[in-house]
Design a protein around this ligand. Structure first.
Ligand SMILES: Nc1ncnc2c1ncn2[C@@H]1O[C@H](COP(=O)(O)OP(=O)(O)OP(=O)(O)O)[C@@H](O)[C@H]1O
Length: 276
């Protein structure tokens, strides 16, 4: 499978706090000075300011506890920050909205419902008539490679298949932005690579903006147009990196590309300074 042009290829570049940031041409999301202190006193995020370019895949990368999930949930509108503001399409976020769909790490499928019902569930909540929502669900079930499994229950699926069902459910509600919280972390390495390739292929068709959380430097570099590095105690954005990989290359060529290897090394040397 070749990787073609969903994700605009950009020259390798980066920005660091303290230097003038290069503004995204058309940010769909702006995080403006987000600080989050949980009621137990933990300062999970401090002054997180960043732009998410429209139609790109942006990864939040950093060590455990640096606030990646917290930032994703704040963007989703699932939790309210202590201070700061999220703007989506220039509108302030006050809660969840149809413009954003969350893909959970643990798939969050309803065990008592079939794949078809699970995938159609977001539309069911919106009151979409059954025939219409099932037609849409069947379309996305095919797109994610699960055709033939419509009538199965989650416990009849592998972890990779459950994650595909979770992705199909997020696509079915037709949100502009997919928020993916470590979606592949519970899946074995071979299947994980396949899901990564399939996600990029899917995004070439679907043209979504994706914010993707991972611990994996390799996964971040392989998937991303832009990588936002966070460090912890408190969680802070320290740098953004654009790997600038050739998206027309095959997955194997990408992983052997010097720019891929350099970006992995660069990120590792940045992050290891912050590890205890
Ligand atoms: N509901 C909560 N109440 C109190 N503290 C919390 C809560 N959720 C997260 N935290 C704390 O906030 C900090 C950031 O957590 P968060 O889950 O956002 O980090 P993360 O980078 O996503 O971590 P991981 O990679 O391990 O999932 C951590 O110190 C965590 O213990």
């Amino acid at each position: 499978m070749t990787q073609t042009s969903l994700l605009a290829t950009a020259p390798a570049a980066s920005s660091t706090p303290g230097q003038p940031p290069v503004a995204a041409a058309d940010p769909i999301i702006k995080s403006l000075g987000i600080t989050m202190r949980y009621p137990n006193g933990v300062l999970a995020l401090e002054n997180a300011t960043l732009d998410i370019p429209r139609g790109e895949l942006v990864t939040l990368l950093g060590p455990s506890g640096c606030g990646k999930t917290t930032l994703l949930k704040i963007i989703a509108g699932l939790i309210t920050p202590t201070s700061g503001e999220i703007r989506v399409n220039d509108k302030t976020v006050y809660g969840p909205g149809p413009d954003r769909a969350f893909v959970f790490q643990d798939f969050a499928l309803m065990p008592w419902a079939t794949v078809l019902r699970n995938v159609a569930f977001g539309l069911e909540l919106r009151g979409t008539p059954r025939a219409e929502r099932e037609a849409s669900a069947r379309h996305y079930i095919r797109e994610v490679g699960l055709a033939g499994f419509e009538d199965k229950y989650p416990n009849e699926l592998s972890g990779g298949m459950r994650q595909r069902a979770g992705l199909a459910r997020a696509l079915t509600v037709d949100a502009d932005v997919l928020l993916m919280d470590e979606p592949f972390s519970a899946i074995d390495e071979q299947m994980r690579r396949k899901l990564q390739e399939d996600l990029l292929s899917l995004l070439r068709v679907e043209k979504k903006t994706v914010i993707f959380v991972t611990h994996s430097i390799e996964e971040a570099v392989y998937l991303s147009d832009e990588i936002v590095l966070l460090t912890r105690h408190p969680g802070k954005v320290v740098k953004t990196i654009r790997p600038g990989l050739d998206r027309n290359a095959s997955p194997d060529e990408i992983r052997r590309d010097q720019r891929y290897l350099d970006a992995v090394d660069d990120i590792w040397s940045q992050l290891k300074q912050y590890l205890a």
